[in-house]
Design a protein around this ligand. Structure first.
Ligand SMILES: *Cc1c(COP(=O)(O)O)cnc(C)c1O
Length: 385
């Protein structure tokens, strides 16, 4: 009976308007109706990426688009750098290794960002790097890497393409792909994009296309050249995720309703600040520094003296509040508070309030209401109160 309050870093809640849009009558993807829909959404979603390049839509999870970014641009045996600051950076390493690339791994401790100094020092002794891969938002730790600065370093110190996984932040974080010099930017539907899983979006620079043309990848389903060819006709090479594309159109409407994409980014920044201030008021530690804190997900250390699995299980069972736990070596040590996509300051107030209720149930010592009060203060001051 009670709805689950899904505060995960994906899948995330779906707006009613998006659900309704997705339940429209099905139609063929080889029709004028589809061409109109395709051209309209791929144009309207450009501000999410900060690009004038075409956005391609793949009927797949984010992973397939990451794989497409790898398999189309580089050939087995070539040298690449993969920046990893957590589980999803490691994921990119695995994809590259699977394709037989020679991977130079720039690894940072989980909870830290890769700074431009880190990358500069790492790239200097290397000379034959074809691509540098990075995660914009590391979902396992709540780190937003300084992608603009990293892009600058890549282009100043190499001829490599800069390929970025934006799966857990595009739609909630600022992105200026063209201006920053990102060559390939990828995202998926089920995180900050307010859609169910199953659609991924990818945009490529002119330089990336030149490399891809020369590379002539043997990929078939993930062949980006064939996506580009069909996109000229307003279509995709095979059957697209039509329902999700109808939903994406509604997502663009919602962002317009909010006042444009800059407002959507502002809301995410506000929610991040609300969560961080409320945890501080409860004397619960955060995993990351403010400087590199993600606007879409916050990693929170286990409150002292609590068994995390028990606490999260209790929140879910008694209050229907569902947080994500930690991954890898952070399991049991952190939990992750998702505040992306269809999430609002009111949802943050709700989750913090229920978190406090759970803390009381476990006799955790804190000042009841302190977290909610702190979050509310951040919210009200954003309204000029
Ligand atoms: C979720 C996620 C992925 C994987 O996306 P799927 O849709 O599960 O394939 C990749 N990278 C990051 C940063 C993610 O958060």
């Amino acid at each position: 009976m009670y709805p689950t309050i899904l505060r995960h870093p994906g899948p995330t809640p779906i707006p009613k308007k998006v659900e309704l849009a997705m339940s429209q009558d099905m139609f063929s993807h080889r029709t004028e109706e589809f061409v109109n829909l395709y051209r309209d959404v791929t144009e309207r979603v450009k501000p999410f990426f900060g690009t004038n390049q075409d956005i391609l839509l793949l009927p797949s999870g984010g992973t397939a688009a990451l794989e497409a970014a790898v398999v189309n641009t580089v050939a087995p045996g070539e040298e690449v750098v993969v920046i990893t600051v957590g589980a999803f950076g490691d994921y990119f390493v695995s994809i590259c290794e699977k394709y037989g690339l020679q991977v130079h791994k720039l690894e940072k401790k989980w909870g830290e960002a890769c700074t431009k100094e880190d990358l500069e020092a790492f790239l200097k002794p290397l000379s034959n790097i074809k691509a540098v891969f990075a995660t914009y938002n590391e979902t396992s730790t709540g780190i937003l890497n300084p992608i603009e600065q990293l892009a600058e370093v890549v282009h100043n110190h190499s001829d490599a393409l800069f390929i970025v996984d934006g799966v857990s932040c595009i739609g909630g974080a600022p992105a200026e792909m063209d201006q920053w010099g990102i060559d390939i930017l990828v995202t998926g539907s089920q995180k900050a994009m307010m859609l169910p899983p199953g659609l991924s979006l990818i945009a490529l620079s002119e330089r990336a296309w030149m490399i891809i043309e020369a590379n002539r990848s043997s990929a078939y389903y993930l062949n980006l050249l064939s996506y580009r060819e069909w996109a000229e006709k307003g279509m995709t090479p095979n059957t697209p995720a039509i329902s999700l594309i109808m939903g994406l159109s509604a997502v663009c409407d919602l962002v317009d309703e909010e006042g444009g994409f800059a407002k959507t980014v502002e809301r995410h920044e506000l929610m991040k600040n609300m969560v961080r201030e409320s945890m501080r008021a409860l004397s619960i530690e955060l995993l990351t520094s403010d400087e590199f804190a993600s606007p879409t997900i916050t990693a929170i250390r286990t409150p002292e003296g609590l068994d995390l699995a028990e606490y999260l299980g209790h929140l879910k069972k008694k209050y229907h509040l569902d947080f994500a736990g930690g991954l890898g070596n952070l399991q049991g040590k952190i939990f992750r508070f998702g505040h992306m996509g269809y999430c609002f300051p009111s949802d943050v107030l709700q989750a913090v309030s229920l978190m406090e209720a759970g803390l009381q149930d476990f006799s955790y010592r804190f000042e009841p209401g302190a977290g909610v009060n702190a979050a509310q203060n951040v919210f009200l001051s954003s309204l000029g109160k």
